[in-house]
Design a protein around this ligand. Structure first.
Ligand SMILES: [Zn+2]
Length: 228
């Protein structure tokens, strides 16, 4: 990586020699311009071009960073169940993402933030759905040991604005907010208990909380947090 002086401001860039026409520039949210240029183009010419376009790049850095901050997830790391995982972007003809125990690998032809974010979200949703299915079975079994028999319940992961979860007790369906994927497993489990409790108590009455206190007192460790 090299740093240029662009009107008193540092402009960082990374050059890759490739068989491309002229000069290709891709500013990214890390504040670096990724340049690919034909081996025929001299460095001095590339640098002159970068300095000339510096204002455009500085503007792009701001916009890209802003975009990442507004998103629930960014393109550098994934927060899953309270743990941070690095993201690795691999330029590839496939459009997919794999999220394993160590990292999230994004395979894409087009490593633009918006595209990368949607691929990360896809991979995180898949893994989160898996976890939710596990928790669903776990809570269901715990209810059964108390002699309660909840109906068979389907799980959906959704983007929700103001709720962590919702329960449709007539259809046997619980929806879980995608944002919960970033929180510890126990938090997600508390949401499951909350939604399951609605099978017996449809509102948030005293009886509803008494039910949770009786069958899952751990719920109250997360209650304050979930109310916010
Ligand atoms: Zn509720």
């Amino acid at each position: 990586m090299k740093t240029l002086n662009a009107g008193g401001k540092p402009l960082r860039y990374e050059l890759e020699r490739k068989k491309v026409k002229n000069i290709n520039c891709r500013p990214k949210s890390d504040g670096i311009v990724y340049v690919s240029a034909s081996p025929r183009v001299p460095v001095a010419e590339i640098e002159r071009f970068l300095v000339e376009k510096a204002d455009f790049f500085f503007g792009a850095f701001e916009r890209l960073k802003d975009h990442e901050e507004k998103s629930e997830i960014n393109t550098r790391s994934v927060n899953f169940l309270g743990k941070e995982y690095p993201v690795r972007i691999i330029q590839n003809s496939r459009e997919t993402a794999v999220f394993d125990e160590n990292e999230c690998r994004v395979f894409t032809r087009l490593p633009e933030p918006e595209n990368v974010l949607s691929l990360i979200k896809f991979a995180v949703s898949e893994r989160f759905l898996q976890l939710c299915r596990e928790l669903n079975a776990e809570v269901w079994e715990e209810l059964k040991t108390h002699g309660l028999k909840p109906p068979p319940t389907q799980i959906t992961i959704k983007d929700m604005k103001s709720r962590w979860g919702s329960c449709s007790y007539t259809r046997g369906h619980i929806s879980i907010n995608f944002r919960l994927a970033a929180y510890p497993r126990e938090t997600v489990k508390a949401v499951f208990w909350h939604e399951y409790a609605h099978y017996w108590h449809h509102d948030h009455s005293k009886a509803f909380y008494d039910f949770l206190l009786k069958y899952y007192p751990d719920y109250f460790k997360w209650h304050e947090f979930l109310k916010e």
